[in-house]
Structure formats: structure tokens, C-alpha cells
Design a protein around this ligand. Structure first.
Ligand code: NDP
Length: 484
């Protein structure tokens, strides 16, 4: 199985190679096989990418929004037409089942390109009337060169979620994918150029953290958008602050899902599965602390166990498979250590817990019950298929415990009482909430966290605020009234 791209980087409208950069093996998580190799960007490559973005941005910004939007919408059409090929590549890059990548990765990237492509021509300032005929008008300007840095769980989607609003607003972007999954973003760059994007407006450079760090500190960069862990977010945010750069931080979480005893059990179990095991649990907004009201605890757990044990674990390229491997041996090791910790701390292992005896980085979907708030598995982000089920008695207690975390990315509630549903999400300290479902993130809805889970929002009209700045212009219509 091979997925070798033509070269490691995509700069100024073309593939670029510099073999003096550190060699990075791209590993297919289902077999452990090396399917491609790329080189990390050298300082010269980083410089080339930033220089071409800087040189091209002004002309792109000078085009009308409708023209810019047309390019993005064309790219969306190309992505949809090639969805199967792109999904296979995403599966090879990440190990996620094709059943998932066919509907959740390139397609959600296309949604973002289409949505922001449509919005580009509608970006305007406003007119603010003042006394005496004076007025102020505002101009929505691009920021300049933006840097996007991605995590490995949604390589194609993350590239598109960052590129779409950035480009719609007239910015240029240099994007660095995670070294674990370098392939998808190159395809996004290729397709954007095929759709008519001018050279230099979207560039991809490969590399580890230090390449990201060199991008963040470069004075040509006006904004950094990171999807990653909280510790990386803290470093990047601090580095960006030195030059007062704009940031969007999409970071980790330990989100709560609260299931009341009047909830439809089948839906609540379905929500818990969606919110814990999709992408083998490697989703930032996962509801990994499932608070279940005592009255339905046993019924919930027994149905959950039944459904989790019916997961089809296997070859991700087989469309019948709905649960694939972890992205890497390293991530598998982290998850195994958390599972051991859960057992050691006295949580009850309901199902799963073991590595599969086959090639690749497979671990069973795992459910712990009788988890308490102080256990490590209930406090730290695992970023793998490990669900903690905790019991609760009443609403106030559930809310207080749900909020007792430094994170605040997401939260969900399952109840038949809609008044309670709204009341509870109203009290949750979280950026993205769901009532009677979980983890749906359409491009129309703002997405992002509060507390340590990040700053800024992706998707929706809100993202425009994070990729543009307002200039306000005061216009006097009468004589200047000076004191002397
Ligand atoms: P990391 O934080 O390890 O890495 C994120 C990206 O930042 C990678 O491309 C990484 O490069 C790069 N990086 C690392 N150090 C630096 C630095 N000092 N300066 C600039 N860039 C740097 O996250 P993971 O890739 O392990 O992804 C998992 C995390 O991402 C989880 O915590 C998850 O919750 C979060 N996440 C958040 C989402 C959200 O929208 N809120 C969505 C998806 C994931 P490299 O890894 O190549 O070294």
C-alpha cells in the first residue's frame, strides 16, 4: 500500500522538495506499514512558504469577495467529486474507517469551503450615523498571512476549516499538518489551486513542533490558528503574544455528557457511542465523562455494553468496519496506560480494555463504570476510546460535577424534559453543547471552547471575526471645531 505524494511541501502553487529536512515516515495505522515518506521543512522551505504567502496576499485581498468565494466553491465541488479517493487517503493517513471518512472528513472540508465561499461576497463593514451628519464607516480587512497548525485526527477537515474562512476574508495561509498525518492537507492545496487559487495563497509545509514554532514567531505572520493539545496551545499562545498576533486555539477537553433517568436510553447510548468511539475516540469534543442518573444506570450500562461489543473492528478500508486502529503506536501506548490506571484506581471495567492481537494499533472500545470524579481517567484527556461512566442523583449535583474541570470544550444532556435540557446546557461551562444528541458539528454552528479548551471559534459567521479586523473611518461633514 503506497500513498507517496509528489513531494513533501506545497508552496507558491507547486510541489516543493528539500531532502535535507528530517525524514518523516507516514505509517498506515492498520498495519504499521510505511506508506509514504516526507521531509520536514528546513528553515529555507519555511522562509519560501512565508515569502510567497506574503507576496501573493495583497492581490488576493484586492479581488472581490465574490471572486474569492467562487474559487472556494469550485474547490468544494472538486472535493465532493473526488470524495472516495480523498477518503481512502484519509483512511491511510489516520487509520479511521472508510465508513467514517466517506462522510465526515473531505465532505466536511467541502462544506466549509462552500459555506465560506458563499459568505465571501457578503462580508461588509457598516455605516454608523452620528450627530450633525457626521458618520463612521467600518471596513473589514484581512489580517495578512495566517498560520494554521493541525492535529492528526482530522487532517483534511482541519486544513479546510482553517483555510476556508482565512481565504474568504482575503488572507493567505501557511499550513503545517501534524507530522503523523501529512497527506490530506497536500491534497487540499492541490485542489484549491486546480480550482483557481492564485499561487502562494495556501501553502503546506511539513514538520514537527519546531517547524510550527518557527512559523508562529515569524514577524510576517499576523495570526495563528492551532488545533492541538492544551500544553501546545499554551506554548503557541505565549509565542504569539510576543508580537500581539491574533490566535484561535482549538484545544483539548474532558467533556461531560449528562443522562437523566427520563432520557430515551437508546438515544443516550447512541450519543455516548458517538461521543466516545467515533474515530477510535480521537475527537477533541468527546463526552468522555458520562454522568448517568442512578435510576437508569444499570439499564444504560447493559445496553451500552451490548452495542459496544457489536462494533465491527477490522480493516478500515472495508466499509463494514466501524471501529479502526489508533493513529499511532505512541497514542496506543498512552491509551493503554490510562486503561491500566483506571483498573488500578478501582473503576469497574464493563467492556474492552485490551490491545487486539493483530498488526496495527488496535485497542478495544473500553467502558469503565463506577468512576469517581477524582480518578485520573475522569480528569485527564485520554484521546482514545475510553468512556468513563459516573453516577449522579440530582441535576444540581450533575452540573457542579460536570463543570469541575479546567476544560470547557463541549457538553451534552439527554432528557425528555426539554425545559431541563435548556436549563442544564445553560449552566454548562462549555463552548459547544448538544441536547439529545452529541458531537454533530455542522459548519453553520460556531465551534470552540471556553476555559483551558481554547479561545476563538471556528466555523459559522463567528469565524469571520477571527480572520479579519475592522478599520473604522470617521467622516466629518461640517467645519472642524478646535479649541484654539
Ligand atoms: P499536539 O498539541 O501535540 O500537536 C498539535 C500540532 O501542533 C501538531 O501539528 C504539532 O506538531 C504542533 N506543535 C507542537 N509543538 C508546537 C510548538 N511549540 N509550536 C507550534 N506548533 C507545535 O496535538 P496532537 O496532534 O497530539 O492532537 C491531539 C490534541 O488535539 C488533543 O488534545 C485534542 O483534544 C486536540 N484537538 C482539538 C480539537 C479542537 O477543535 N478543539 C480538534 C482535534 C484535536 P507535531 O505533532 O507534528 O510535532
Amino acid at each position: 500500500m503506497k500513498a507517496q505524494p509528489p513531494a513533501s511541501h506545497f508552496i507558491n502553487g507547486a510541489y516543493v522538495e528539500d531532502t535535507s529536512g528530517t525524514l518523516i515516515d507516514v505509517i498506515y495505522p492498520a498495519t504499521g506499514e510505511v506508506i509514504a515518506q516526507v521531509h520536514a521543512a528546513t528553515p529555507a522551505v519555511v522562509d519560501q512558504a512565508l515569502a510567497s504567502a506574503k507576496a501573493a496576499q495583497g492581490e488576493w485581498a484586492a479581488m472581490s469577495g465574490t471572486e474569492r468565494g467562487r474559487v472556494l466553491r469550485r474547490a468544494a465541488d472538486i472535493i465532493r467529486a473526488r470524495n472516495r479517493d480523498l477518503s481512502v487517503l484519509e483512511t491511510l493517513d489516520t487509520g479511521k474507517p472508510l465508513q467514517e471518512t466517506l462522510v465526515a472528513d473531505a465532505t466536511s472540508g467541502a462544506d466549509a469551503l462552500e459555506y465560506f465561499g458563499g459568505l465571501a461576497g457578503a462580508l461588509t463593514g457598516e455605516h454608523i450615523p452620528l450627530g450633525g451628519g457626521d458618520f463612521v464607516y467600518t471596513v473589514r480587512e484581512p489580517l495578512g498571512v495566517c498560520v494554521g497548525i493541525g492535529a492528526w485526527n482530522y487532517p483534511t477537515q482541519i486544513a479546510c476549516w482553517k483555510a476556508s474562512p482565512a481565504l474568504a476574508c482575503g488572507n493567505a495561509m501557511v499550513f503545517k499538518p501534524s507530522e503523523t498525518t501529512p497527506l490530506g492537507a497536500l491534497k487540499v492545496a492541490e485542489i484549491l489551486h486546480e480550482a483557481g487559487l492564485p499561487a502562494g495563497i495556501f501553502n503546506v509545509v511539513q514538520g514537527m513542533g519546531e517547524v510550527g514554532a518557527s512559523l508562529v514567531t515569524d514577524p510576517r505572520v499576523a495570526k495563528v490558528s492551532l488545533t492541538g493539545s492544551v500544553p501546545t496551545g499554551q506554548k503557541v499562545y505565549a509565542a504569539a503574544a510576543a508580537e500581539m498576533k491574533h490566535v484561535t486555539m482549538e484545544l483539548g477537553g474532558k467533556s461531560p455528557m449528562i443522562v437523566f433517568d427520563d432520557a430515551n436510553i437508546e438515544d443516550a447510548v447512541g450519543g455516548a457511542i458517538l461521543g466516545n468511539f467515533y474515530s477510535s475516540g480521537q475527537v477533541c469534543s468527546n463526552g468522555t465523562r458520562v454522568f448517568v442518573q442512578k435510576g437508569i444506570k444499570e439499564a444504560f450500562l447493559s445496553r451500552l455494553k451490548e452495542r459496544v461489543e457489536a462494533a465491527v473492528i477490522g480493516d478500515p478500508l472495508d466499509e463494514a468496519t466501524n471501529f479502526g486502529p489508533m493513529v499511532s503506536e505512541g497514542q496506543l501506548g498512552i491509551v493503554q496506560r490510562y486503561i491500566d490506571k483506571g483498573v488500578e484506581e478501582g473503576a469497574r471495567l464493563v467492556t474492552g480494555g485490551a490491545r487486539l492481537n493483530r498488526d496495527g494499533f488496535y485497542i478495544q472500545p473500553t467502558v469503565f463504570a463506577d468512576v469517581t470524579d477524582d480518578m485520573v481517567i475522569a480528569r485527564e484527556e485520554i484521546f482514545g476510546p475510553v468512556m468513563s461512566v459516573l453516577d449522579f442523583d440530582d441535576e444540581a449535583e450533575a452540573i457542579a460535577r460536570a463543570n469541575d474541570t479546567p476544560y470547557g470544550l463541549a457538553g451534552g444532556v439527554f432528557t425528555a424534559d426539554l425545559t431541563r435540557g435548556h436549563r442544564v446546557v445553560g449552566a454548562l461551562q462549555a463552548g459547544s453543547c448538544w441536547i439529545n444528541t452529541y458531537n454533530l458539528a455542522p459548519v453553520e454552528a460556531p465551534f470552540g471552547g471556553v476555559k483551558m479548551s481554547g479561545v476563538g471559534r471556528e466555523n459559522s459567521k463567528a469565524a469571520i471575526e477571527h480572520y479579519s479586523q475592522l478599520k473604522s473611518v470617521y467622516v466629518a461633514m461640517g467645519p472642524v471645531d478646535a479649541p484654539f
